[in-house]
Design a protein around this ligand. Structure first.
Ligand code: F6P
Length: 735
């Protein structure tokens, strides 16, 4: 209240000052104008009467002078006329002039001096005196006195008027200020205070009530703070619960301490082609996008927990403007915890290294999904150059950190481990391969298999998701290179360097209790938004990639509707498909196949307000995907080949209600861990159709049992455990 009063008082003082100064200037101008008018008229009259008085003055004709002053002294606006001899003695004056005569007497004789005519405003009288000459001889002075009371009246009216105006402004200013303060400051503060109390006491996790206006930046900071508080509280509760139960699950805090101890406080370095935050231009605004990537889902929680540096390709069209001159920026943007170092590639480098060698060559080579790999010499050269460029960037980031620990990610960087080790033999390097490793015969078609393997074996540790891929890799190395395979330790000894090859099934940051998210749409609301009146909802979430078995999945839905017509009109399958690598011809063809297949199946079964397949072909944020996971009766992951597939794990993680069924391809790494999923061969359409029906008809008890089993597995084997195993293993290696 005191602040409100102070603000209003300050506004009023300012307004009063403005009104006072402007009134003063207005009054001064008006006075000047009225006085000039009086002077003009006084001068004209005095000149005219002076001419009439010249002869009687020269003759000292008192009677004539008296007649003159009486005759003209009574004119409207005139108080009187007076005549003086050259010595300043009054010879005649109008009777009405008596009270003012003394003032006239003091001024008029000055007209005889060098000044000539004189005038003055004395109280309410305006005196104007002129010297009178008769044939060039000064014979006296004539003064006319005009009534100037009108000036005072006008000026006081002006002051009064402006004062009243000030008064009304004051009332208005006070009222408006009060309302503005009330609506825009006090009410939001009240709401924020109430919200903060609720957050503190854990009664709510909703977003702050104030989302716009003056308090928007504060509200957004408060939201971050509340999130951190909620996360810290959840972590503390979880820790307490675990202590209570004598368990020791891996949490971000535990990983942080573990890594600190293992790395003796040194920072962690990660190299991955895909960056965790892409800055993209959207009209005049810059948007932050978290890309659809299992790698980002898996790796980011580790850096959030432990800090460090993530070296990645800066692929967003607004990436440069958001990073410093060295390409660095703290992330996550809203609450920085680690450094993202962006490496810039030319369009030709990106074309050859990323689209060409990595994704038209190695990707189909490692995924046996019946797309022929393409190997071009030019792409290989770009791949080598890009690996070198990333190695240089990483070496620069490592600076003089002694014994640095580096986690290299994926097939984009097969050459990087050897490049790093050559220049920093003290570095401990792990390479984690996120995609499958095929059998030696399949891999052997790559013209540069020996160079790739040699680059990978520069690492101290090479990790795959499953033992099967490790075995394939060891066999490939055995057949392609001169080396010794240590079958007992699962290691390769080559040119005096030992590389361990081990499985590390990647996971997600499973959290229980689940992080409460803001008001999410219900299953009903989702169905409405999809325009579906159906009873059952299935979901698929993928990058649109030919390895994901999206077309096979649609055919499974089609077959299910054919075999079980009772589900026609009742089952909707939503595919949230993020466009991916659209630059590559095979991906464009695949996108067309997916769209055509959805259209074909829909044409068979759709009605006015129903279509069985909804293909939402755009990038969806995690917050957008989550409600679909929570509302779905089943989630289909039908990859034709997949290293792990974290979508399967994300679906399980979202189902804290222990409902819903996971239909999972046996060709995913996840199928080796999530034994309670309904496992299918996606090439077998009939089996997939049966699995859908089985999921739709599964009893809530069975759903609960299966889901609880998978959740327990995930809870135990989360990403923090994955990172702790990898880092422990790496730190234990004797260089
Ligand atoms: O599975 C391989 C992989 O690199 C993943 O780690 C990631 O989820 C996906 O491919 C993303 O591909 P890109 O980075 O090419 O969009």
């Amino acid at each position: 209240m005191r602040i409100t009063l102070r603000l209003i008082a300050a506004l009023l003082v300012a307004a009063s000052l403005v009104v006072a100064v402007s009134t003063y200037l207005q009054v001064r101008a008006e006075t000047r104008k009225l006085t000039e008018d009086l002077a003009r008229r006084g001068s004209m009259l005095a000149d005219a009467l002076g001419e009439l008085a010249a002869a009687p003055l020269a003759a000292r004709d008192a009677a004539e002078l008296s007649r003159l002053v009486q005759t003209y002294g009574g004119r409207e606006g005139l108080v009187g006329v007076a005549v003086f001899d050259p010595a300043g003695v009054a010879l005649a004056a109008s009777a009405s002039l008596t009270p003012d005569l003394r003032a006239v007497q003091l001024l008029a004789p000055r007209a005889l001096g060098p000044e000539g005519r004189v005038s003055r405003l004395v109280r309410d009288r305006y005196i104007y005196a002129v010297p009178v000459r008769d044939e060039g001889t000064l014979v006296g002075v004539l003064a006319v006195v005009r009534d100037a009371a009108a000036i005072r009246t006008t000026l006081s009216r002006m002051w009064r008027h402006n004062f009243l105006r000030l008064l009304s402004h004051a009332v208005l200013i006070s009222l408006v200020s009060l309302l503005i303060i009330r609506w825009n400051i006090l009410a939001p503060i009240d709401q924020m205070t109430g919200w903060m109390k609720q957050i503190r006491s854990g009664e709510t996790s909703a977003a702050p009530p104030v989302a716009r206006g003056l308090f928007e930046p504060l509200a957004s900071e408060a939201t971050q703070m509340a999130r951190s508080l909620a996360a810290a509280r959840a972590a503390a509760e979880e820790e307490a619960r675990l202590r209570q139960q004598g368990q020791s699950l891996w949490t971000p805090e535990r990983l942080k301490e573990h890594v600190k101890e293992k790395l003796e406080g040194r920072p962690l370095f990660v190299v991955a082609n895909r960056e965790p935050y892409v800055h993209a231009r959207q009209g005049k605004k810059v948007q932050v996008i978290v890309p659809a990537s299992g790698l980002v889902t898996g790796i980011e929680p580790i850096l959030l927990a432990c800090g460090g540096t993530w070296v990645a390709h800066g692929s967003g069209d607004a990436d440069r403007e958001m990073a410093d001159a060295a390409g660095r920026l703290p992330v996550p943007p809203e609450e920085p915890r680690y450094t993202l170092k962006r490496v810039w590639l030319t369009p030709e480098e990106e074309e050859g290294y990323y689209y060409g060698f990595s994704n038209e060559g190695l990707w189909p080579l490692c995924h046996i999904a019946h797309t022929r790999p393409i190997f071009r010499e030019e792409d290989w050269r770009h791949y080598q150059a890009a690996n070198k460029k990333f190695a240089d960037a990483l070496l620069e980031e490592m600076g003089d950190v002694r014994d640095p620990v580096v986690l290299v990610q994926d097939y984009h960087f097969a050459l990087l481990p050897a490049l790093i080790k050559r220049r920093r033999p003290d570095a401990r390097v792990a390479l984690f391969w996120h995609i499958p490793w095929p059998n030696p015969e399949a891999f052997g078609i790559c013209p540069w298999q020996r160079e790739l393997l040699a680059g990978m074996l520069g690492a101290d540790l090479v990790g795959f998701h499953i033992q099967f891929h490790c075995n394939n890799f060891l066999e490939t190395v055995d057949q392609a290179l001169e080396c010794r395979i240590d079958g007992e330790r699962f290691a390769v000894q080559r040119a005096g360097h030992l590389t361990l090859v081990k499985p590390f099934p990647i996971s997600i940051a499973f959290s229980e209790p689940p992080v409460r998210s803001q008001a999410e749409p219900s299953q009903e609301a989702l169905r409405k938004a999809l325009g579906a009146t159906a009873r059952y909802l299935g979901v698929g979430v993928d990058r649109v990639d030919y390895t994901k078995g999206i077309v096979e999945r649609f055919r499974g839905v089609e077959r299910c509707l054919e075999k079980h017509p009772e589900y026609q009109g009742q089952l909707v399958f939503v595919e949230l498909g993020a466009p991916s690598r659209t630059h590559i011809k095979r991906y464009q063809e695949h996108m067309n196949e997916v769209e055509a297949e959805a259209a074909r199946i829909n044409a068979r079964f759709q009605s006015k307000d129903y279509k069985p397949i909804v293909f939402l072909n755009r990038h969806h944020s995690h917050a957008e995907i989550e409600p679909y996971y929570k509302a779905a009766d089943f989630c289909m992951v039908t990859s034709l080949a997949d290293g792990m597939n974290l979508v399967a794990k994300e679906f399980v993680s979202a189902r804290a209600d222990e409902c819903g069924v996971l239909i999972l391809s046996r060709f995913t790494g996840a199928a080796r861990e999530l034994h309670d999923a309904v496992v299918v061969n996606p090439y077998d359409t009939g089996q997939t159709a049966d699995a859908i029906r089985y999921a739709l008809e599964m009893s809530p008890d069975e759903q609960g049992r299966r889901m609880a089993g998978m959740r327990a597995q995930l809870k135990e084997n989360n990403i923090y455990r994955w990172a702790s195993r990898l880092i422990t293993e790496l730190a234990a290696i004797r260089l």
